[in-house]
Design a protein around this ligand. Structure first.
Ligand code: GLA
Length: 732
């Protein structure tokens, strides 16, 4: 008997020792794409450390004896998902408060596995746990092989006994070591979205974030680029990392350079007013953070993101955008059926492919004749359109055009039947005034009844012309103020639950209407993010359609988001937002670098201008597939001087389209030199300038080698402000 007990004790001790030896064993996890890799290490204390992101470094066990030469008793080396507490003292990815008021979390490696969810995609799930509280975190990295994109998110599960509160719950953390870090990010406002800004990071913490609740882009955009070891933003050379968050609500991205000159980037949902309770057994899944790395400059980083988005993120993947006429700036609220059918006739005559009826078609007791009333009452205003929406849809279809219509289902005007019927649906804090913006309130999408209502707004609008509405423009014209939900018990869930409520409505709508084209608009480009693009086909890039402003807005937007998502329209002059007057050609040439549309009253155009529009629309159709599916090369930055130039090239490099614009008058000495980097040096290309009878490049109609076009480049005569050109290239 004693002998047996001794044997058991011996076996137990041996097992325990082997467990602790295994716990002490280092282990390496590599997350690889074709040209990049993240390396993580489970160290001898069970922590998961961040070792590398960049070009592959080969067998990860080479990190086995890696020495950072830091004092072992001084904080920690970079961690893969740093939690507040223990020895970690920098910005945390995760902060949790426990029922016993302990605010420390120390995550230890438990296990990991890799899988292949689909060809070309590898997923790594790593489980970490806090031994004291049993809080469990699964880090999921998904590596998209060909696109060199790695996405990261976490699932946080309360496996302990009592409710915990998540105070920070970032999606991802990466850590880099370079001599210099140049951050490129995109600030903006209404009518001036996605303005590109570069800044050299210094010690301390730089934050880009948003706390507007339902619109991501009218401050900063949840995306950035980071150039390493340089002070210059370079399109074609050097190491560049790009990141973007798949989330349409409050976000935060912090960039902290620590005392060892390492840069820690933590990104995810903004913890602002967002403490999230997790009951026993509950989990929270954070949105994906998208990463890409390029060692060939910012251009390649953009192309990686675009390729990944077109294949894996965008709702639209591959569906070509119809050219369109939108009624807004041509008619505003002031229309009746003949005005609209007249616009449809003119759109058809110019060769456009869709007509979109914007704001103003609804409201009976409170007709929507201005922004002051009517939102929420989605019944047709029969005074304006007595024949009905179906009549208009049929009219458009008979002319060969698709038909689309505008809604703003998340909103309500105080002057509406809805506001009177459901005051409890309005976002506000009890005892405080509900503030209006653009005369409207926000509906509380945390509430499932409101979710059903919003679903029904879309659904019932679609029923106004069954199977005849091809496009919905979904607007969202205000942000969150006085946040509060009469539905929620815990108000700090508001910001997250709103966006989850929105996504769940969109998911239901997409199940019912998979083929309807849906635009995400938010006073222009207020909701431009990869979260929205999971459900929307396109974004309304900006209410500012003025050519010169668009140069900068589109340059920034398309750095992160592919042109197949960015609506860009030709509008009237003087421009309604800026008063600026630019030539029609310039307006077409910039709008043609995205999803082309028009937004004006064609009846006000001269016969010559209409003929020109017809010509420009026809040539757009010739290269539209390149704009939408081709590789983008930014050739000349509008921030560097007098010109902006870009090109899209087909994947096989047999076709390309080049756009160039003069954006300043700079004297005749300053002619642009545009090197066509995207071409194949071993092919020959014919080059033809479109939409003009007086070509601006002496080589028009000739054939040049790719090598010549890349290394010599073209020098078109674009010397006066708003001169512009589009060239079509075909390999011989
Ligand atoms: C917002 C949009 C515009 C237009 C108006 C209608 O401002 O950005 O394009 O739809 O609303 O009210």
């Amino acid at each position: 008997m004693i002998h047996h007990i001794r044997l058991l004790i011996f076996i137990f001790i041996a097992f325990a020792l082997s467990l602790s030896a295994r716990a002490a064993e280092k282990l390496f996890i590599s997350i690889n794409t074709e040209n990049t890799s993240i390396v993580l290490e489970k160290n001898d204390t069970g922590d998961l450390m961040f070792m590398h992101y960049g070009l592959p470094t080969g067998d990860a066990s080479q990190y086995g004896n890696y020495n950072s030469y830091r004092r072992v008793d001084y904080g920690t080396d970079p961690m893969a998902y740093p939690a507040r507490g223990g020895r970690y003292y920098n910005e945390p990815a995760l902060s949790v408060k426990y029922a016993d008021t302990d605010a420390n979390t120390e995550l230890k490696y438990v296990s990991h596995k890799t899988s292949v969810p689909q060809k070309g995609v590898e997923q790594t799930d790593i489980i970490l746990r806090d031994p004291k509280t049993a809080l469990e975190v699964t880090l999921t990295y998904t590596a998209y092989q060909k696109e060199d994109v790695i996405t990261a998110h976490t699932e946080i599960t309360n496996k302990g006994g009592k409710t915990v509160t998540l105070e920070n719950y970032a999606s991802s953390c990466i850590n880099l070591k370079a001599g210099k870090y140049l951050l490129t990010h995109f600030h903006g406002a209404w009518a001036g979205e996605m303005q590109t800004e570069h800044e050299q990071l210094t010690h301390g913490t730089k934050i880009i974030d948003n706390k507007m609740g339902v619109r991501t882009t009218h401050t900063e955009n949840p995306s950035f680029m980071l150039s390493l070891d340089t002070e210059d933003f370079d399109e074609n050379h050097g190491e560049v990392i790009a990141g973007a968050l798949v989330w349409s609500g409050n976000y935060k991205m912090s960039f902290q350079i620590d005392e060892f000159d390492r840069l820690n980037i933590i990104s995810g949902i903004n913890p602002h007013a967002c403490a999230y309770p997790l009951k026993k057994g509950e989990s929270f899944i954070t949105p994906d953070m998208i990463w890409t790395y390029s060692c060939a400059g910012a251009g390649q980083a953009s192309r990686n993101l675009h390729d990944w988005a077109r294949k894996y993120d965008l709702y639209s993947h591959g569906r070509m955008a119809p050219t369109l006429l939108n009624s807004w700036e041509g008619a505003y609220f002031d229309f009746t059926t003949p005005v609209l059918t007249g616009m449809i006739d003119d759109a058809a005559a110019m060769g456009l492919e869709m007509f979109v009826l914007d704001d103003g078609w609804f409201g009976t007791d409170y007709p929507r004749n201005s922004s002051r009333q009517g939102l929420g009452d989605w019944q047709l205003n029969t005074k304006k359109i007595p024949e009905g929406i179906e009549y208009l849809a049929d009219y458009a279809h008979k002319k060969g055009l698709k038909f689309g219509i505008w809604i703003e289902p998340e909103m309500v005007n105080p002057k509406s039947n809805l506001a009177k019927k459901h005051p409890e649906w309005i976002v506000k804090s009890p005892g405080r005034e509900a503030t209006t913006t653009r005369n409207q309130w926000l509906l509380d999408l945390c509430n499932p009844e409101v979710q059903d209502f919003v679903f029904n707004v879309f659904d019932e609008t679609m029923q106004l012309a069954v199977n005849k509405i091809d496009y919905i423009k979904w607007d969202c014209n205000r942000h969150v103020e006085s946040f509060g939900s009469s539905f929620l018990r815990e108000q700090s869930k508001f910001y997250v639950d709103y966006i989850q409520g929105l996504y769940s409505v969109l998911k239901r709508l997409r199940a019912k209407y998979p083929d309807v084209i849906v635009q995400s608009c938010s006073s222009g480009g207020g909701r431009v993010d990869y979260g929205a693009l999971n459900y929307f086909d396109e974004v309304w890039t900006s209410d500012n359609t003025e050519g010169l402003s668009r140069v900068f807005i589109q340059y920034g937007t398309n750095m992160i988001y592919p042109a197949c998502t960015t609506g860009s329209h030709v509008s009237d002059v003087p421009n309604h937002q800026t008063n600026n007057v630019t030539p029609l050609k310039f307006r077409f040439d910039i709008a043609s670098a995205g999803r082309l549309g028009m937004e004006l009253q064609p009846k006000k155009m001269s016969a010559d201008d209409r003929a020109y529009a017809q010509r420009a629309i026809a040539s757009y159709k010739r290269f539209r597939d390149l704009v939408e599916q081709g590789d983008l090369y930014r050739l000349v930055s509008p921030y560097d001087g007098d010109h902006y130039a870009l090109m899209y090239v087909s994947k096989d490099k047999t076709r390309a389209v080049v756009f160039a614009y003069c954006i300043k008058y700079q004297g005749r000495a300053r002619k642009p030199l545009i090197r066509l980097y995207g071409l194949d040096k071993d092919k020959s290309y014919s080059i033809t300038e479109l939409n003009t009878d007086t070509p601006s490049f002496w080589g028009d109609g000739q054939t040049f080698s790719g090598q010549w076009l890349i290394n010599q480049g073209i020098n078109p005569q674009l010397v006066k402000i708003y001169d512009s050109g589009i060239w079509y290239l075909e390999a011989k």
